[in-house]
Design a binder for this molecule. Structure first.
Ligand SMILES: *[C@@H]1O[C@H](CO)[C@@H](O)[C@H](O)[C@H]1NC(C)=O
Ligand SMILES: *[C@@H]1O[C@H](CO)[C@@H](O)[C@H](O)[C@H]1NC(C)=O
Ligand SMILES: *[C@@H]1O[C@H](CO)[C@@H](O)[C@H](O)[C@H]1NC(C)=O
Ligand SMILES: *[C@@H]1O[C@H](CO)[C@@H](O)[C@H](O)[C@H]1NC(C)=O
Ligand SMILES: *[C@@H]1O[C@H](CO)[C@@H](O)[C@H](O)[C@H]1NC(C)=O
Length: 344
């Protein structure tokens, strides 16, 4: 009898002491995981002045565009895109950045001096993104090609420091710097991806400008950015092919990983094999992973829905020899069509 009673007592004790501990641990784990990872990231993709070729085809119809390969690039890694308009005021950029989880700056061929253009918007976004990170919220920026150049241009307070470069249609392996493994961008990269990047001609280069180490030094940015890889253009000029900011989660690639995956124009040396695909997908996964560390959100579900890129049509531009397979083209009036509630 007493033995059974003792067992009963022990059982009661176990339940009353252990169960709450177990439950607490479980709840804590669930909460922590949710707080750490935003698994529904939304990424702002900066639009750009309409490309001259698109404008030739549709004279004066459109104001800005995004090549669809950048949209697919983030979608393919688990995020949804929202266009960020050019030519708006600072409160617009403050507002949209408080709602998205990171920003992608696409490549292209616009000029940095154009009023109310890509670079004007980029400079404001850069300032706000620094402020967001400085107050302890993780907020990544990922720049590709012209977007990479925009990163150091914004950091240099608009002091133009790019060199002329001859790197059109040039696939290259990356020449990693000695301490590239200490970077965010590459520290968790799988060995097979690093092997491909270091040895195979997979990174797709299409740029008439580049940033050299000397250029970076000239604008006093050597300490601010960590140079992770270098390459040489067709004339032998050494340029920076990847870098990241030392303090903030800002990354730049001079080449185009989205082209390996989503652009199919022929005659431009875009590598499409298994290795190129695996390596390019790594950069998409890396960037979207970074945006999951941010918890910004739109104020309402409706505002989110009306902001997503799915509100806009996509055009099959490759049919008339554009180097882009598909493009999102925006009218000036599209910039006003969203319910952005500026007042809190
Ligand atoms: C910024 O632009 C929005 C929309 O055009 C406008 O409502 C707002 O008043 C502007 N804010 C400032 C500070 O100019
Ligand atoms: C780049 O080339 C253009 C001519 O194509 C020239 O006007 C310009 O000065 C060059 N820039 C640099 C930094 O060498
Ligand atoms: C870089 O630093 C030097 C020395 O402090 C200064 O004279 C120069 O104006 C700076 N250049 C830029 C572009 O900030
Ligand atoms: C995603 O971020 C987490 C946390 O920083 C890291 O452990 C993981 O390796 C990252 N994955 C990729 C693909 O970068
Ligand atoms: C596209 O290029 C091909 C070959 O250069 C040419 O024959 C064709 O007319 C072009 N199509 C358009 C719509 O420009």
């Amino acid at each position: 009898m007493s033995r059974i009673f003792l067992s009963f007592l022990i059982m009661c004790f176990t339940m009353s002491v252990l169960l709450p501990i177990l439950l607490t641990a479980f709840v804590f784990t669930v909460e922590r995981t949710e707080a750490e990872s935003n698994n529904r990231p939304i990424i702002g993709i900066l639009t750009q002045e309409i490309h001259y070729k698109l404008n030739e085809k549709f004279p004066n119809q459109y104001h800005s565009y995004i090549a669809a390969s950048y949209v697919k690039f983030v979608e393919g890694a688990g995020a949804r895109p929202v266009p960020i308009w050019i030519g708006r005021n600072d409160s617009y950029y403050e507002d949209i950045l408080s709602k998205v989880n990171g920003v992608l700056w696409p490549g292209g061929s616009t000029y940095f001096f154009q009023k109310e253009g890509y670079a004007d918007a980029g400079v404001v976004i850069y300032r706000i993104a620094k402020e967001i990170n400085a107050r302890g919220e993780y907020f990544p920026i990922f720049g590709i090609c012209l977007g990479f150049e925009l990163l150091t241009y914004a950091a240099a307070n608009r002091v133009e420091h790019r060199s002329n470069c001859s790197s059109k249609n040039q696939p290259l392996p990356l020449e990693f710097t000695d301490d590239f493994r200490e970077s965010n961008l590459f520290k968790n990269a799988p060995p097979d991806v690093l092997g491909i990047l270091a040895e195979e001609y997979v990174t797709a280069n299409y740029h008439r400008y580049c940033v050299t180490r000397k250029d970076l030094h000239r604008v006093n940015l050597t300490d601010e950015f960590h140079v992770l890889s270098l390459n040489r253009d067709r004339e032998g000029l050494e340029f920076i092919s990847t870098l990241e900011h030392r303090q903030f989660p800002f990354y730049g690639l001079q080449f185009h990983p989205e082209k390996n995956l989503y652009e199919w124009v022929t005659g431009k040396n875009i590598p499409h094999g298994t290795s190129a695909t695996v390596a390019s997908q790594y950069f998409a996964n890396f960037f979207v992973n970074e945006t999951r560390k941010n918890s910004h959100e739109f104020r309402t579900k409706e505002e989110e829905e009306r902001s997503l890129i799915y509100n806009y049509p996509v055009t099959y531009t490759a049919l008339w020899n554009s180097s882009f397979q598909q493009c999102y083209m925006f009218k000036k009036s599209d910039r006003n069509s969203l319910l952005i509630e500026n007042d809190v």
